[in-house]
Design a protein around this ligand. Structure first.
Ligand SMILES: [Mn+2]
Length: 438
């Protein structure tokens, strides 16, 4: 295990144990192997919470955290070493490796799970667990509680309450450490490179999937993966927000909307570029692009310590509504139109989301009903867009079928917003020159 990651995991466990408090216990299962067909599994990806706290990369494991336990607070259950299994399916870390390499205070083979966990649960008043995330895990955990209840007459006390592990844990995950930011910068840099590569191969006649394949090749070569399914939408496909068919050829006179990001060592980047396939914006595409770019830049400027999360969205809404009036698509006073949400048919999503291990990362957006204030170490995306469906008769013909989204990843620092995904051509002039037609 990477020493920096190991130190960070230990720090995160200490922080979680502090938040949990005495008399509590947390159960956190690893992700399971998911089968694609018969005995063929999907590529395994560790559960983000489990990876965050343990760094342990195998399926079929369970971590237990017990604040203040004399023999140690971090217990790990995992698959035992097995010569035959390892010959067929690959190396296993085993309990001894879990202690030595991953800092577990105690580690056991899975066969000991029930006995040890029942004993630990007996002494806990509060159980922290992700109830409702995975049915199989729920059944197992609730089964343990039921087993303890059967023994109440023997003086056994099951935990009195079950609390959502997400509450303490996802607050921790929202603020990134310097080590996490290093990993996110790497994911961002790789994603910038992939978008540059896409711009260099996209031209009329090339297919959406060929562009997506170039993006993946950049990630694969570096040992990264896609943080989510790449969206390569040419022409009107750009108006489908989660388009992943990527099956059409690119056509001259249209734009490609490319939403793609790398996952590096468990951390995601998330970038969207929109650029003309033949290297030249049409006047309509350019006009729409400039509105979205202004909205994005002004929203990024709001990503400052002490500002609230919703200010970014409100900023994009104001700029986009004024832009829609300028383009002749909406009529009226911009402030009225904002109040009436007249922009909604063309800008139907929010301005962004938290970013981290998960592309739509964890962490509350509101606290006690109020939008939360930004703090140093938070990472978020800023991604306004405008989409004009091909058959919308309220829209002047030249705009129909245009979809533009511009997305970057921003780190909030005491010194102001820092764009992690900087380095892409962003203005129409920069894009046209990068596409070789400028
Ligand atoms: Mn995004």
């Amino acid at each position: 295990m990477d020493p920096a990651e190991r130190r960070d995991c230990a720090r995160r466990r200490r922080a979680l144990l502090r938040l949990m408090g005495p008399g509590s216990l947390a159960l956190l299962p690893a992700a399971r192997t998911v089968f694609r067909n018969r005995d063929v599994a999907y590529p395994f990806r560790q559960d983000s919470d489990f990876a965050y706290l343990t760094g342990f990369p195998e399926p079929d494991a369970l971590a237990v955290f017990v604040p203040g336990r004399r023999e140690g607070s971090f217990l790990l259950f995992c698959r035992p070493r097995d010569r035959v299994q390892e010959l067929w399916h690959g190396r296993r870390i085993g309990p001894e490796g879990a202690r030595r390499e991953y800092g577990a205070d105690e580690a056991f083979a899975l066969s000991e799970l029930e006995t040890v966990v029942l004993r630990l649960l007996e002494g806990a008043r509060t159980l922290y667990y992700h109830l409702g995330r995975h049915e199989g895990d729920d059944r197992q955990v609730l089964g343990w509680i039921a087993r303890l209840r059967e023994r109440v007459r023997a003086g056994v006390r099951p935990p009195a309450e079950i609390r959502d592990l997400a509450e303490p844990l996802h607050e921790l995950r929202l603020t990134k450490s310097p080590h996490e930011i290093t990993l996110m910068r790497r994911a961002a840099r790789l994603s910038v490179e992939a978008h540059r590569r896409a711009m260099s191969v996209a031209r009329p006649g090339v297919s959406e999937q060929a562009v997506a394949a170039e993006v993946r090749a950049v990630f694969d070569r570096d040992g990264a993966t896609e943080a989510y399914g790449t969206i390569a939408g040419g022409g009107a496909n750009a108006c489908i927000l989660h388009y992943t068919d990527n099956a059409d050829p690119l056509r001259a006179g249209t734009c490609l909307l490319l939403d793609a990001g790398a996952e590096w060592r468990g951390y995601a980047a998330d970038i969207t570029t929109t650029f003309p396939v033949d290297g030249r914006f049409t006047p309509e595409a350019r006009a729409v692009y400039e509105v979205v770019l202004e909205a994005q830049r002004k929203a990024i400027a709001c990503a400052r310590v002490g500002r609230n999360w919703n200010e970014l969205h409100e900023t994009t809404v104001r700029v986009i509504t004024a832009g829609l009036v300028r383009l002749g698509i909406l009529r009226g006073k911009p402030s009225d139109l904002v109040r009436q949400e007249a922009y909604r048919p063309y800008y139907m999503h929010r301005s962004g989301h938290w970013l981290g291990r998960d592309v739509h990362d964890v962490g509350a957006y509101k606290i006690d009903g109020a939008w939360r204030e930004l703090e140093p170490g938070m990472v978020l995306t800023v991604e306004p867009g405008l989409y004009f469906p091909p058959h919308d008769r309220r829209v002047p013909r030249g705009f129909r079928g245009l979809g533009v989204r511009i997305e970057d990843d921003v780190l909030v620092t005491a010194a102001g917003p820092q764009v992690l995904t900087a380095g892409l051509p962003r203005t129409p002039a920069e894009i046209e020159s990068a596409m070789g037609a400028g």
